[in-house]
Design a protein around this ligand. Structure first.
Ligand code: FE
Ligand code: CA
Length: 512
């Protein structure tokens, strides 16, 4: 198979074909080059505002294109709530970030864009409830949608659910070139340039199931490593360090901002882009969305000759694992998080990237920190920082902390403790680490082994692709672990693999 450098005109026209979902509308002039083949998205909802996103496509686009946006209270755009014009600029890949404000809390809206005589598909979004409102929250967590590892039946299924919000926890794109035998191949080589990141996002966003999930709900997005490069840490990756790595990071962050419903204020400056923030959902929950990548110390005990990346290290051979000066969040973000725990709202949800629970691949002797073996890229590689984070929540009396993650391509449901060695140590928080949408996981035997060695892991399924769907109210959190039956099939069935609940006031997921 030959590598295609860009999406062809034929492919773009195919993407613009009307789809079965009522969310999709026909383009105004089907014979033209489609201007909105990447769909629409909304995100980062507040009680009075939300961000609306799209991106215009076409080699013939002028430097600047005016784009009209409309937000309505009804699907037919009869009752208009807000409208305006944004300028799509070539320098930012003709992306559009519109920010209607002054909206009513806790209500659904519909939105669409118009430019160059064409109209986008219609998206549906929702504002957050007023900060003092009694409310409920239905949300899903998702991560790791490697294009060439499978199809997006998970998104097609999720798009049909009655959700208020999607939390995307990282690995939206993968930077790799594809092997010849892939289910579907990435366009282009391993990514090194802004143009290649843009092309990769455009390819991912061409998927109709992903578009439907974006068009159905507002999303809150954080990133993990593959939006830049595997296992990167601040200014180091397995292949680059220092200024070269920061140049790659700047290109990657720019493309991320251009392709997501991120606020305008987040637009990156060079290699810096702040994405960590808090979102209040009525008086029910505070969502803390954090960045595990941009500010972290390099992974511990890197093998000689490597510029960065991860390894698996025995605690006995790696004193750095116990070095309390090292941070995963960076000191500023760590302090920001510790100051923001909410004791008024019933729940604190921590939206972050990777498994937080200890997952040693060797037996651990209680009381002996020089035992066990750990993957250095995850929280196990930063155990003192993990303990500080959990201790800060305990100290602040943060109500009902639930940690949400992805990254490891397996469903894990776990108890979180200040001392994982001590079977009698109290559970201080609950963890749901969702499996990948499509990215391949380990053999299930390895997950079983981890579960045997780490009794705080209640559920460990590396053989399942999918996502986790939650219903939250004042009394309890219900979690449905969703599993894709056939990850190679875009029309696969998706079902519930397991159910858990967390009762308010009783940390730790219980089997339901
Ligand atoms: Fe991943
Ligand atoms: Ca990852």
């Amino acid at each position: 198979m030959n590598d295609r450098p860009t999406l062809s005109r034929r492919q773009l026209l195919a993407l613009a074909a009307p789809l079965a979902s009522p969310l999709f509308v026909r383009h105004a002039r089907a014979a033209d080059v489609p201007r909105f083949p990447l769909g629409v998205a909304s995100g980062h909802p507040r009680a009075d505002r939300v961000v609306l996103w799209t991106r215009l496509i076409g080699d013939d686009l002028p430097e600047q294109v005016p784009v009209q946006w409309e937000l309505a209270e009804d699907e037919n755009f009869q009752r208009m709530a807000a409208r305006g014009t944004e300028t799509a600029e070539a320098a930012w890949a003709h992306s559009v970030h519109a920010e209607p404000a002054g909206l009513a809390p806790a209500r659904g809206y519909w939105y669409r864009f118009t430019a160059l005589g064409q109209r986008s598909m219609v998206g549906r979004t929702r504002t957050a409830p007023a900060p003092d409102a009694a409310t409920t929250l239905r949300y899903s967590i998702a991560s790791c949608q490697r294009w060439d590892h499978g199809h997006y039946a998970a998104w097609a299924h999720m798009a049909q659910q009655p959700l208020d919000l999607v939390l995307f926890l990282g690995d939206y794109i993968y930077e790799y070139a594809s092997p010849p035998d892939a289910v579907r191949r990435h366009v282009g080589p391993k990514i090194r340039t802004l143009a290649q990141y843009r092309e990769r996002y455009a390819q991912y966003k061409s998927d109709p199931a992903l578009q439907a999930a974006h068009a159905a709900f507002p999303w809150l997005l954080v990133w993990d490593d593959h939006e830049v490069e595997n296992d990167y840490a601040n200014d180091r990756s397995p292949t680059l360090a220092g200024a070269q790595m920061l140049a790659l990071r700047a290109a990657a962050y720019q493309a991320a901002w251009e392709h997501q419903p991120y606020p305008k204020a987040w637009r990156p400056r060079g290699p810096d882009m702040r994405i960590y923030d808090r979102y209040d959902w009525g008086r029910l929950a505070r969502i803390h969305a954090i960045d595990d990548r941009q500010y972290r110390d390099p992974e511990a005990c890197l093998p000689a000759g490597r510029t960065g990346g991860s390894t698996t290290a025995k605690a006995a051979d790696c004193a750095e694992l116990r070095d309390a000066r090292r941070t995963l969040l960076g000191s500023a973000q760590e302090a920001w998080l510790a100051e923001g725990w909410d004791r008024e709202r019933r729940w604190n949800l921590l939206a972050q990237q990777t498994l937080m629970a200890r997952a040693s691949s060797l037996p651990v002797t209680p009381g002996d920190p020089a035992t066990g073996r750990y993957w250095t890229d995850g929280w196990d590689g930063y155990a003192p920082a993990r303990r500080r984070l959990l201790a800060s929540a305990v100290e602040a009396k943060a109500a009902n902390l639930v940690v949400l993650g992805g990254d490891v391509h397996a469903h894990y449901v776990a108890d979180l403790k200040l001392d994982f060695d001590d079977a009698k140590a109290p559970v201080v928080a609950s963890e749901f680490c969702g499996s990948s949408i499509s990215s391949h996981g380990w053999a299930q035997s390895k997950a079983e082994e981890l579960r045997g060695l780490n009794p705080h892991l209640h559920y460990a399924r590396a053989d399942q692709r999918g996502y986790v769907q939650f219903t939250l109210d004042e009394r309890r959190l219900e979690a449905d672990v969703m599993v894709v039956a056939q990850p190679d099939d875009p029309a696969s069935a998706v079902g519930v693999g397991a159910r858990f609940v967390v009762e308010a006031g009783r940390p730790g997921p219980q089997s339901a």
